[in-house]
Design a binder for this molecule. Structure first.
Ligand code: ADP
Length: 309
């Protein structure tokens, strides 16, 4: 299998002495949907900056599709589409011109550039806005325009730095769908996020970085499987008088109010058994949800283990 990104012992010390990366090693396979997760200041943007040849590293090696970023700057740029956190196109340029200019920068012939521009503006719901100046777009539209621009040369690897920061829930979900679709079509995707739900929804593999060091690097499935319990909130259709008497081992139950319960179920224990018991007591469950995002729980426990608490 081809390796899209190979990072070995990457160090970065900024001019002001901040050690942003301390020996980071990571591999991302071609075709992967990979999350780089971590709190603010952990070093995520610095890693992206080094991969995209915008930040000089202090030590270590970085290869993009088997080629060193030190010696193959042009090839690396062709392979990569990068969506940075900050909106960085001209506010006065028209939407379609922003995409076409980028296509020109990558040397696409005019006809192909126009086709691609139409394709990606349509896919990202911006085609109707093509002749407007970008400053008139909403925040979410600007962010989508950044993605369209990053895709116009159809890079093999798309890197997004906090793609949905400040984007409302509905739009966030449509962006997730879009990214999942282009990943299914073969584009390798790396995203940084501190929206853990985002990583859980989309990504197959994950690395957690904290204070410039990778503290976890595994598959999302495995990580989620490591949680020892899950906490659910159950809403009851009928009113409860007092706490239900549940007799299942290890299940902790806590009444929040007359219509809702918090239930902590250890892994391996079926939630069905809880339902059966509640049913016996005449309680009808009208809805159920996870109390906290599971990844969030795990993330916090990892950071604690790393001495952050
Ligand atoms: P993240 O993207 O995870 O929020 P960054 O990579 O932006 O983290 O930052 C990592 C560390 O490097 C932080 O302590 C940040 O303050 C510092 N840093 C980032 N950019 C610079 C810079 N240009 N000069 C000096 N320090 C920087």
């Amino acid at each position: 299998m081809t390796i899209a990104i190979s990072i070995k012992d990457l160090d970065k010390t900024y001019a002001n002495g901040v050690e942003a990366l301390k020996g980071v090693s990571l591999e991302v396979q071609q075709g992967d949907f990979f999350a780089l997760l971590g709190p603010n200041g952990a070093g995520k943007s610095t890693i992206i900056g080094v991969i995209s040849t915008l930040i000089n590293k202090s030590g270590g090696s970085v290869e993009v599709f088997g080629r060193s970023v030190d010696t193959h700057i042009y090839e690396t740029k062709l392979d990569l589409g990068v969506v940075p956190q900050e909106i960085n196109f001209s506010q006065f340029e028209k939407v379609k011109d922003i995409v076409l200019t980028q296509a020109g920068y990558y040397g696409l012939p005019r006809k192909l550039a126009r086709e691609r521009c139409e394709k990606y503006l349509k896919k990202l719901g911006l085609w109707e806005k093509r002749s407007e100046r970008s400053r008139s777009l909403s925040g979410g539209m600007k962010r989508r325009l950044m993605i369209a621009r990053a895709l116009v040369h159809e890079p093999r690897l798309l890197i997004l730095d906090e793609p949905t920061a400040g984007v409302d829930i509905e739009l966030r979900r449509s962006m997730w769908n879009f990214l999942t679709e282009i990943n299914a079509d073969g584009t390798t995707i790396i995203l940084t996020t501190h929206y853990l739900e985002e990583a859980e929804q989309m990504c197959r593999n994950i690395a957690i970085i904290d204070e410039g060091e990778i503290i976890e690097n595994t598959s999302m499935k495995k990580l989620i499987g490591e949680l020892d319990s899950q906490v659910y909130i159950l809403d009851t259709a009928n009113e409860m008088n007092g706490k239900p008497e549940i007799t299942i081992d290890d299940v902790l139950i806590h009444r929040i109010d007359a219509h809702s319960l918090e239930v902590k179920v250890p892994n391996g224990q079926l939630i069905n058994e809880v339902f059966k018991e509640l049913d016996k007591q005449g309680l009808e469950i009208s809805s159920m949800r996870n109390k906290t995002n599971r990844l969030e729980q795990l993330f916090l426990s990892r950071l604690r283990n790393n001495g952050n608490d």
